[in-house]
Structure formats: C-alpha cells, structure tokens
Design a protein around this ligand. Sequence first.
Ligand code: PAF
Length: 282
Amino acid sequence: MKTASTKKELSLLIEELKSTGKSIGFVPTMGALHRGHFQLVSRCVNENDICVVSIFVNPTQFNNAEDLKKYPRDVESDLELLRGAGCQIVFIPNASEIYNDNELKNRFEFDFGGLDKVMEGKFRPGHFNGVVQIVEKLFRYVQPNRAYFGEKDFQQLSIIHRMVKVLNFDIEIVDCPIVRGPNGLALSSRNERLTTEERKKAVEISKVLFESRNFVPDMNPENLKCRVIEEINKIDVLEVEYFDIVNTETLQTVENWESPTVGCIAVFCGKVRLIDNIRYNS
Ligand code: PAF
C-alpha cells in the first residue's frame, strides 16, 4: 500500500495508473475507520483495478469548532485496517495542502437545488458547502471511475449525486447500505466517543426506527414522526434534534406514503450527535 501526503505525490501515482488504463475506485473518509468503512473499501477493491482512500478531517464542513477538535483520529489503526482491506493508495494530506487561507475563511458556494435547506443542512448551516468543496477537490485529484459513499449519510449522498450531475463529473456514485452493530446501532466514527452506558442507550434509536415500520401505512407520516420522537425522547440521555420523513429524491417532507420515503434522524446521545435513517416504502 502506497501513501501520498501531497497532491504532487498523488498525481504521479494517478497519472501512471491512468496511462495504463487501470480503473480507479475511490473512498473518501475522515479517518477513525470502522467496519462500515471496511465494507466500502472491500467493495471498492473488488469492483476496481485500484482502490484509493483519502483520510482528511475536513475543517470546512464543521460548523462547530469543538466538534472538529473532538473528532476521533487514529491514523495508525486506519492504515492497518486499509492494508487488511486491500487498499492500494492512501491520500493523507494536511489542511494547508488542500486549502488556501481564503478558502478556509469564506464559505464555498454551490447550487444545491434546495437539498441543503432541510434536516442536516438546517441544523448544521454550511456543512454541505464544506462537503461539496472537499469532495469536488478530491474527485479532481483522484479522477476515479467510481466513488463509494455510505447511506447512513443519506442527505450527503443525495447532494453528492447532485454535485456529480451539476459539475458534469464522469464518475459513478455507488450507494452502500448502512452497516450496523449486532444491536442495530449504525456504525459511526462518533460512536467511539460514547460511554459504555450511552452506547447501550444509543441502540434504542435504531430499535425505535425499525419498530416504526410496523405502523406504515396505517399511521400518517406526521403522526409516525411524532411517535418516533416521543419514544426516543423517553430514554434518558437521548434527545432528538430532528426526525423527518421525506421523499428519497427531493428530501421534502411527505404527507402520505405515495412516494418512496426515508425517515432521517439526528439524536444527541449525551454530548455526541448521532444520525441514522430508515426506508419505509422503497
Ligand atoms: O462522510 C464523510 O466522512 C465526509 O463527509 C467526506 C465525504 C469524507 C467528506 O469529508
């Protein structure tokens, strides 16, 4: 496995691969890798000649300085996991390699077609501007044929699909299912920050989401939404920030079950903010 920490080093590796016609798969990450990332990387390894992974805790997508500071980092164990998964190239730049001062100070603008106005976008203003800013740069550096993203970040995935279309990237975006722990908790780098007690309580999030499926189609989306919020808020240490039942394409709130829908949730478990989602009729 080769590592590159500069764009120059990466581009030398990429140019050589491109000149020999190799297909490139790409998994962008912010490190603190877990079994969910392992699945993305393994799939990428299986479906492409070369798998490239980036590890970069992107400062421009954090709207909270404390969250950025506390984001878990463990490069040594990340590299071990990537070697085990068969990744061939890892790109680990630092922030000054990616951004100039101007880019760090000013918000990157992009036409999201409204996809950024709801859910995560509403509660983390500017978050998706930072995501699109970094993913667009990484796509230009890595020039992948395919890029792999997890469905846990459902809204992020919708926005990446839009970005590829709007910016005309010839890249296939591969949507990968949520990976869950044995008790149903969606795997996330942020789970590392949960205490043992909080981890036990966090399991209830997916439990309530899965149970909520039993009420479709008898209960309407608004009543189901209230029920889910109420059930989760009953559990001490859990506090729902939002739960929305939306159309899978437009991400707009639905009033009935006629279109494919997904319920997206953000919950504080103590001080740790967790997200998850569930498909209802798709
Ligand atoms: O999903 C993530 O880990 C990040 O948002 C991404 C796509 C790597 C961009 O920093």
